[in-house]
Design a protein around this ligand. Structure first.
Ligand SMILES: [Zn+2]
Length: 171
């Protein structure tokens, strides 16, 4: 388990005078929940006795605070549970292989794969593959390319140069 999220409160925040009344407030969690829920600064200011400008300033710390709280409360638990699922699925797969139960084996493989994928995403080992855009196959690009080549009809040399560069049929 990670250290207590309260620790983040002691870290000085950028801006202001290095202190944040909201971050150091004993009800920080409730303040964050209020801000995250979109409660008005006025109502939060009254409820927690913090100035509105301080609350406004604290908004910038909100994600950091929430991340710290969520990490401490849940993320590690999730990873542990996923790892447990992976172990179980492996055992399931082993027993399926031993008994020759292919249906059970396939189910186990599916579960294992699913758990590993989620685990990989959670731990960051699996980052989504970058999206590759193939410009040459995009209709808008093809249309533009055709127009360019046509527009250069009166300039044969330029046209040939463009045709060569754009790898377009010399139609
Ligand atoms: Zn703050």
């Amino acid at each position: 388990m990670l250290s207590n999220p309260v620790k983040t409160q002691q870290r000085p925040h950028r801006g202001g005078r290095g202190r944040c009344a909201s971050c150091e407030h004993p009800d920080q969690k409730l303040i964050n929940e209020g801000l995250a829920a979109g409660k008005s600064l006025l109502s939060l200011s009254k409820r927690f006795h913090i100035t509105r400008s301080s609350l406004k300033h604290h908004r910038a710390h909100l994600s950091e605070s929430l991340v710290a709280i969520q990490t401490a409360a849940g993320a590690e638990g999730i990873v542990e549970q996923l790892q447990d699922l992976v172990r179980r699925a492996r055992r399931f797969l082993d027993s399926a292989e031993l008994s020759g139960n292919s249906a059970q084996g396939l189910t186990a493989i599916r579960e294992l794969r699913e758990s590993l994928l989620v685990l990989g995403r959670v731990t960051g080992e699996l980052t989504p593959a970058p999206v590759v855009v193939d410009l040459a196959t995009m209709p808008a690009f093809i249309a533009m390319r055709t127009k360019m080549v046509r527009a250069l009809a009166a300039f044969p040399e330029a046209r040939l140069a463009i045709v060569a560069v754009l790898d377009v049929d010399d139609a």
